[in-house]
Write a protein that binds this ligand. Structure first.
Ligand code: WT7
Length: 632
């Protein structure tokens, strides 16, 4: 069935008209886009400068919109602001103190609501608590927490005082966490005691304890004990105790536009993840603006991005974008399908969610569970559906459109990256969509698909996806590794190369084909083959490892590992399990291979590079293509 749908959709004319009720009231019509886009590219200073003045509150105006000295850039120079002021204080001043900022729901459908006024107080108390521990502007704080209101407040508390947050997803292992704490040099770590997952408690604090064992760099660990009662070790402090006696007032630190806001680690092509660094003003403006435009926000929507704040999607579209627009957001801790497969749809119905933003892997999972689950619920409040993380296959797109969107919602397939901070390619809700194609460049983003010599490709010809000039929320550097930053702009002289392959059709709709480098996309999360391989060879029995991605029905891609064992080691199931366990402790469960193959040799080039392409073709029974560089 999948094949036939793909075939129908790949034919000319597989265009879905934008819903007429959305078109008639949209923030941005196709005509407006066309003229604004031209202006935004030809005169970015006026375009972004005007927007920055209109959409953000400043403590001091900026003097210059953009400074572009290849490959470095700065935005809104000499401007002073604080992102938490734009996310909280200004809304309270505008009469929204009692508006709900977040509705938190746990797996038992127990809810906690927090208003903008209450959230600011909580943020300020944590901010003052951090100050009392000696945390100051420019210090890094690592956050390893469950998806709770406390997590969001902790993140904002850092931003309040100018500390640089480094959020680590709760699914990462102790080793992975340790590496990130050490690399960021965080003296303070904030964690939750546990996170809820499928009716069980998944320990977080014990992982932090393991990660920070003998790590003297860490002075304090702040623990959100949640409902648990336990004794704390010497350098630990309970979050509630810390904030109990703190004032609910904390003046926002005056931040320069280019002061760092956060670092977030993402996978590259080497074993070591890179700390992508974002700064204050450009990121604030861009996430604010894209939230508003991509999701056609009028102001009173209930917004639900199902990501976790441990990823960039959560930073930009659970925290900063929605708050800056004064929205009410839903956050749901735990599994999407526990205790029942319709958990998400009951949440949409109960809170009358208007914008729902999720990943293709989730859509495919829901699709597999069957349409009877969404059918049990009234989903008519939905207006815009979003997709992010990997290409959404047309079959999943159609299912989403029919069963969740009830054929009446706009679907926005948003292409972007940890590095870009916000949406770069999508369709706006008033645009016709083409399933499988992300769409057009967002306002102010100059995208092209080029060949190796830098020339634009012809329609439907495969090429490299590049961005031709800086946008406000681009990464400024890789933490401690400026040469890795420069690589983004040097790999293809003059352009930012995102690492993806793409095609562009005659209407300029871009289709993302996947990564051009050695990274995989597992459930929409980027993982480097080198990272997994180094975790594998860290196992005492493994001599050599090569990792490839294979198509997977739900995860999009899964990992297959080809291993040469040390002499005298026996290839058997027990060995496989122990090796998988090693990857789990080194990296986390996301990176655990689905398949382990024991082999006697690996295909290599004469220069010794493993030819993963051949392993893949062989495993999938496909034509291996050119093998002239193969040594053996
Ligand atoms: C890579 C970035 C942006 C938040 C989630 C992932 C792939 C992302 C799409 C999409 C096709 C996509 C790309 C990109 N990707 N969105 N809509 N269609 N591919 O962030 O971990 O930084 O990974 O995810 O390959 O380069 P990330």
């Amino acid at each position: 069935m999948g094949d036939s749908i793909n075939k129908i959709l790949s034919e000319e004319g597989s265009v879905f008209k934008a819903p007429s009720n959305i078109v008639s009231e949209a923030n941005l019509s196709v005509e407006n886009y066309n003229s604004l886009y031209k202006k935004s590219i030809e005169d970015p200073d006026t375009f972004w400068g005007d927007l920055a003045k209109k959409e953000l509150d400043w403590f001091q105006d900026f003097n210059k919109v953009r400074d572009w000295k290849y490959p470095n850039y700065q935005w809104f120079l000499d401007g002073k602001l604080n992102i938490t002021y734009n996310c909280l204080d200004r809304h309270i001043k505008n009469g929204k103190r009692n508006q709900v900022a977040y509705i938190y729901v746990d797996e038992n459908a127990h809810e906690v609501k927090i208003t903008y006024g209450e959230l600011l107080e909580k943020v300020n108390k944590i901010a003052n608590g951090l100050k009392s521990l000696g945390v100051k502007k420019g210090d890094t704080v690592t956050i390893y927490m469950a998806m709770t209101i406390e997590q969001i407040a902790a993140i904002l508390a850092c931003a309040r005082i100018g500390a640089i947050h480094s959020v680590v997803f709760g699914g990462f292992s102790a080793q992975a966490l340790r590496l990130r704490i050490e690399d960021a040099k965080s003296e303070v770590v904030i964690c939750s005691s546990y996170t809820q997952r499928k009716g069980k408690k998944a320990e977080l604090k014990s992982i932090v304890n393991e990660a920070t064992k003998d790590l003297d760099l860490v002075r304090k660990i702040i623990v959100d004990s949640r409902d648990e009662n336990f004794e704390l070790f010497e350098r630990e402090v309970d979050l509630n105790d810390l904030i109990k006696s703190q004032s609910a007032i904390c003046e926002p630190e005056v931040m320069d536009s280019e002061d760092p806001l956060f670092i977030l680690y993402t996978s590259g092509t080497t074993g070591k993840p890179k700390g992508v660094m974002h700064t204050t003003a450009g990121y604030n403006l861009y996430t604010h603006f894209t939230t508003k435009m991509t999701f056609d926000i009028k102001g009173d929507e209930v917004f639900w991005c199902t990501a976790d704040p441990g990823w960039i999607t959560g930073h930009s579209y659970i925290i900063y974008g929605p708050l800056s627009n004064a929205l009410t957001s839903v956050i749901a801790e735990g599994s999407p399908v526990h205790p029942n497969p319709d958990r998400f749809w009951s949440i949409v119905e109960k809170y009358r969610v208007n914008v729902f933003y999720t990943a293709p892997t989730a859509v495919r999972m829901f699709m597999k569970l069957g349409e009877k689950w969404p059918k049990k619920h009234d989903l008519s409040s939905l207006k815009v559906l979003g997709s992010v993380g990997e290409p959404i296959n047309p079959e999943a797109w159609l299912w989403y459109h029919k069963n969740i969107g009830l054929e009446n919602c706009a679907i926005v397939d948003t292409w972007w990256q940890t590095e870009t901070g916000g949406h770069m390619i999508s369709t706006y809700p008033s645009f016709d969509t083409k399933p499988g194609r992300a769409g057009i460049p967002m306002l102010g983003v100059e995208v092209d698909v080029i060949d190796k010599d830098g020339n634009s490709t012809k329609p439907d010809e495969v090429g490299l996806l590049v961005i031709k000039q800086p946008w406000p929320s681009g990464l400024r550097t890789c933490w401690g590794e400026p040469q890795r930053y420069e690589k983004y702009w040097n790999e293809i002289e003059g352009f930012y190369f995102a690492g993806d392959l793409a095609t562009k059709d005659k209407d300029n709709y871009i289709m993302i084909l996947g990564r051009a480098d050695d990274t995989l996309s597992i459930s929409g999360h980027r993982i480097g083959t080198a990272e997994v391989e180094s975790a594998l060879v860290a196992h005492r029995a493994v001599a050599e490892a090569a990792v490839i991605g294979l198509p997977h029905e739900i995860k999009g891609e899964c990992i297959a590992a080809f291993l040469i064992l040390m002499e005298e080691e026996v290839p058997n199931d027990q060995q496989s399990s122990s090796i998988k366990e090693k990857v789990r402790t080194e990296l986390g469960s996301l990176a655990v291979p689905d398949e382990i193959h024991f082999v006697d040799s690996l295909p290599k080039t004469r220069s010794g590079k493993i030819m993963r392409r051949l392993l893949k073709a062989n495993r999938l029974g496909e034509d291996p293509g050119d093998t002239s560089t193969l040594e053996d």
